[in-house]
Design a protein around this ligand. Structure first.
Ligand SMILES: [Zn+2]
Length: 157
């Protein structure tokens, strides 16, 4: 595994605003620093370029490993994992308070493989949610189920 140059790392961090691009956890609220993930792992030919990199919390990155896809728990069909550069988060997931609900096959395989709603992760997110620290900057751009009270000026029609 190649080392990520510092300038590339800081670009990835800034682009994501310090938020895990899978579970939306802010780095400042975790015990471990977020990591730069090769969306397509190097062993599959993935390159160390911005288009193939995303910011991931250590937990998401550990469960994702070098995987690209998995079996949809609903249909048994193979489906690609969420790709932070090509996919839009809210096309595949919906936040119900601090629970990440999958709404597509890609959402389902990602929630399952990355264990996005494991008990300990939900407990951590619940604590942050209760004090307005979860999710991070995605908050105002997601659907209205999250009950935010600071997006009343949104111009969504
Ligand atoms: Zn994460």
């Amino acid at each position: 595994m190649s080392t990520i140059p510092d300038d590339l790392r800081s670009h990835v961090y800034d682009r994501a605003d310090g938020i895990c691009e899978y579970c939306l956890m802010g780095e400042r609220y975790t015990m471990k620093l977020h990591e730069v993930d090769h969306i397509y792992a190097e062993k599959h030919g993935g390159k160390t370029i911005l288009e193939n990199l995303c910011l991931s919390c250590a937990t998401c990155n550990r469960f994702k490993g070098s995987d690209l896809c998995s079996l949809d728990p609903l249909t048994g069909q193979i489906s690609a994992l969420y790709h932070p550069r090509r996919d839009i988060w809210s096309d595949h997931f919906r936040l119900k308070a601090f629970t990440i609900e999958p709404i597509t096959p890609t959402g389902r395989v990602t929630v399952q493989l990355l264990k996005l709603n494991d008990f300990s992760r939900l407990a951590e997110r619940e604590a942050l949610f209760s004090v307005g620290r979860y999710p991070g900057h995605y908050r105002s751009s997601l659907d209205h189920d999250i009950g935010t009270d600071e997006s009343t000026t949104d111009t969504l029609e």
